[in-house]
Design a protein around this ligand. Structure first.
Ligand code: SF4
Length: 352
């Protein structure tokens, strides 16, 4: 029987959005994910900690640790302003070095507001000579091919299983969808390449401010509110490449968003086929042991989103693993009590 309150109402409504991982983790087993949520279990295994450490090492390879922090804990706007500064820094790093890591991104997929952090964005054909560090100069005629990478930690030399590969691909596709909707001008001259991008993409192409205002209003954020002199000082100190007067004229969420948008537009970025990669890295050395390159598939993303949306909004009962994936149950901590296993009469322990 379906519960009265949805998982979204119980656990995510107060935030106003879902994380990309919220949409991807139930792909492993919805019943298991519901157990975690209802029992408020936040897993942090030693393996997960090693994965987090590896991500941090990779991040620091491309950008030094930042001193930026929330200065006014009562401000709802500041955490988002910090994310905008991180985006701005990311675009500058792309401009300078052709690569950035841990790039925050947010927006919509259909009716859901979503937030995520992209592991790695790089340019396939960077050329420093064409860049101009002055953000006020928007003239740059070369196009730069974007590449998106999600880094996964591998604890063995074996190739990841199909289920794991699928969720990694879907996760990266969410990021790409959010990035392209965040910067719709990237597609203005490249619409043929975006044939397979989300159907909402072209609708959003000319309604940039619409989604932004919708997002602010949904999270009760004031885009016009001045972030104050201390935050301005922090912005100037943390990204010295941007002139002080430019920051001073953009010291609000709307202002910082306009700066991010303008700096990305200046880069003339585009996405071509086969530029999405999952890089599986050795947990100790960080070396890439296996790479999976693929193109964006809206069909796959849409099917996966529909399932996740139904799960989070209680439109049906959660689904456990199918018979061919019963191997997942052997390491599951809910195996003894799992209602799905009982209903399906699977016997994971006696299986080979
Ligand atoms: S025992 Fe299997 S079906 Fe049940 S929650 Fe765990 S993984 Fe899912």
């Amino acid at each position: 029987m379906l519960k009265e309150s949805s998982l979204f109402q119980l656990f995510r409504k107060h935030k106003g959005y879902l994380n990309v991982t919220d949409l991807v983790l139930p792909l492993w087993c919805e019943v298991q994910h519901e157990y975690y949520l209802l029992r408020r279990i936040k897993k942090k295994t030693p393996k997960m900690e090693r994965g987090i450490k590896l991500h941090q090492i990779l991040e620091y390879e491309t950008s030094p640790p930042s001193e930026r922090r929330v200065l006014d804990r009562t401000s709802k706007e500041e955490p988002w302003a910090l994310r905008l500064l991180r985006q701005l820094e990311g675009i500058m790093l792309l401009q300078k070095n052709g690569i950035t890591r841990e790039f925050p991104i947010w927006g919509y997929y259909k009716e859901s507001s979503i937030f995520g952090i992209i592991d790695e964005i790089s340019l396939n054909n960077p050329s420093k000579s064409n860049f101009n560090s002055d953000i006020r100069n928007y003239f740059n005629f070369k196009m730069y091919d974007l590449s998106f990478v999600d880094n996964k930690t591998r604890f063995s030399s074996r190739k990841p299983g199909a289920s794991q590969i699928l969720s990694s691909k879907v996760q990266l596709m969410y990021y790409v969808h959010l990035f392209l909707n965040y910067f719709p001008s990237l597609g203005e001259k490249q619409q043929s390449i975006f044939r397979d991008i989300s159907p909402t993409y072209s609708n959003r192409l000319h309604s940039q401010s619409h989604w932004w205002n919708m997002f602010l209003s949904q999270l009760s954020l004031d885009g016009t509110k001045d972030l104050g002199p201390k935050f301005l000082e922090q912005s100037i100190l943390s990204i010295p490449d941007i002139p002080e007067d430019v920051f001073a004229g953009h010291n609000s969420l709307n202002g910082l968003y306009a700066l991010v948008f303008a700096s990305a537009k200046k880069l003339h970025l585009r996405l071509t086929d086969d530029n999405l990669t999952i890089a599986y890295r050795n947990d100790k050395t960080g070396e890439v042991v296996y790479k999976d390159k693929f193109s964006f598939s809206n069909k796959l993303l849409e099917a996966s989103y529909t399932k996740a949306y139904q799960f989070w909004h209680n439109l049906r009962e959660p689904e456990g693993v199918p018979a061919e994936e019963v191997y997942k149950c052997r390491s599951c901590e809910f195996q003894k009590e799992c209602w799905w296993l009982k209903k399906k009469q699977y016997y994971p322990l006696s299986s080979p």
